[in-house]
Ligand binder design. Structure first.
Ligand SMILES: *Cc1c(COP(=O)(O)O)cnc(C)c1O
Length: 390
């Protein structure tokens, strides 16, 4: 079976995990700061906070951005549900801005309209779909003129670059950026996530919220009289200064992620070459087109998604996916629009209100893309799709 996505683990990764098990800390040890500074240096940002998942990163980012009751958070309907759930976790209201059909990213034009109708918007969460960076200069200037902040959901986009060459995560167009190290993403920690920012106050609050709301670094005590005896600091003393969470990541996970990080450039280059080969392979096949065909030099290539004219091909997506499966080819749909999920339907959302997302959803299919996919396997995927759809 050729899956649609797959992580890649080598002996170095195994050795790195074994080493931390033999000699290291299991959690709250040095591997966490090591991963944070490796990623911060790589993307070009001042601060990075590693957490237990990309979802936890989104939750903490929403809180520190000021999302809460009486505010809205705008994201794309074509994303993993976690991007929108962050609004609900923080007590805010999720709102959606339809995608641009050529990039599958949030359309700045639609965002503008949505902000006019939702003046309580506190945060905008653009998602770099499949690793292709959103138009961040546009989104940032729209956010600035409406008084909202930007949190980039870069779960797909570690290693991607903006058109100006800076790396996603540098936060030159946002207050915060989040990443995920789930195994299907470009590097794996098992579970894991990260928030990057250039804002020191946000950084310090993220550190606290990650660990129960307990004071960190040089946080001043809120009740200094409890902290001292005769002017000397009580050695046991710490303060829970606000309600936080246990969103910590372990040293075991960070050790794996650090070892994976050494292979990041290699991973992306391979994925990029495969993406280019797919685009060439589908050029002459009727009823198939790449969902994204711009900016491919800058993408993180998390997914390879095609759009299929099922009507013209005379086959349903369900029939196609089942037939691919019998031919040992995995495929998946990224994503069911968030607005289509029962929980969001009950909140009153209707996917018809997002026609670009709806049309994309009808046509989308993600096909195998991962580091170890061979050209022979890829050619097989292309030829089988050609046979079934042309
Ligand atoms: C994977 C993903 C997340 C959540 O990351 P986890 O680490 O799985 O919690 C958030 N947003 C998007 C777009 C994702 O693909």
């Amino acid at each position: 079976m050729i899956p649609y996505g797959k992580h890649y683990i080598d002996e170095d990764d195994i050795a790195a995990v074994v080493e931390v098990l033999r000699d290291g800390w299991l959690t709250q040890g040095p591997k966490i700061a090591e991963l944070e500074s490796a990623i911060a240096d790589y993307v070009g940002v001042k601060y990075a906070v590693a957490v237990s998942s990309g979802t936890a990163a989104l939750h903490l980012a929403a809180i520190t951005a000021g999302v809460g009751p009486g505010t809205s958070l705008v994201t794309s309907p074509i994303t993993f549900i976690a991007s929108a759930n962050a609004a609900l976790y923080a007590g805010g209201r999720p709102v959606f801005a339809d995608i641009d059909p050529d990039t599958i990213n949030m359309s700045p034009e639609n965002l503008q309209g949505v902000l006019q109708k939702n003046p309580d918007t506190r945060a905008i969460v653009p998602v770099h779909f499949a690793g292709l960076p959103c138009d961040m200069s546009e989104i940032k200037s729209i956010a600035d003129s409406s008084g909202a902040v930007v949190i980039e959901d870069a779960a797909h986009a570690l290693g991607a670059r903006y058109p100006d060459g800076q790396r996603v995560g540098c936060c030159s167009h946002s207050l915060m950026t989040i990443f995920s190290f789930h195994p299907v993403k470009v590097i794996a920690a098992g579970e894991g996530g990260m928030i990057t920012t250039n804002d020191k106050a946000i950084y310090q609050r993220l550190l606290r919220l990650r660990s129960h709301g307990i004071n960190k670094l040089d946080d001043p005590f809120q009740l200094p009289e409890q902290a001292e005896t005769n002017g000397v600091r009580n050695p046991w003393y710490y303060e829970m200064q606000e309600l936080g969470f246990n969103y910590r990541i372990t040293d075991i996970q960070c050790s794996l992620a650090l070892s994976q990080f050494n292979k990041l450039e290699k991973f992306i280059e391979r994925r990029r070459n495969l993406a280019m080969r797919y685009a060439k392979g589908f050029a002459d096949i009727k009823n198939i087109r790449p969902a994204q065909n711009r900016g491919q030099d800058n993408s993180g290539h998390h997914l390879y998604t095609i759009r299929i004219n099922f009507e013209a091909a005379g086959v349903s997506r369900s029939e196609l996916m089942n037939e691919l499966k019998t031919r040992k080819i995995g495929s998946q749909v990224h994503y069911i629009p968030v607005t289509t999920q029962p929980h969001y339907q009950r909140l009153g959302f209707r996917t018809e209100d997002f026609p670009n997302a709806q049309k994309y959803y009808e046509e989308a299919l993600s096909i195998p893309l991962f580091y170890e996919l061979t050209e022979k396997q890829q050619d097989y995927v292309i030829s089988q799709l050609g046979e079934l759809l042309a």
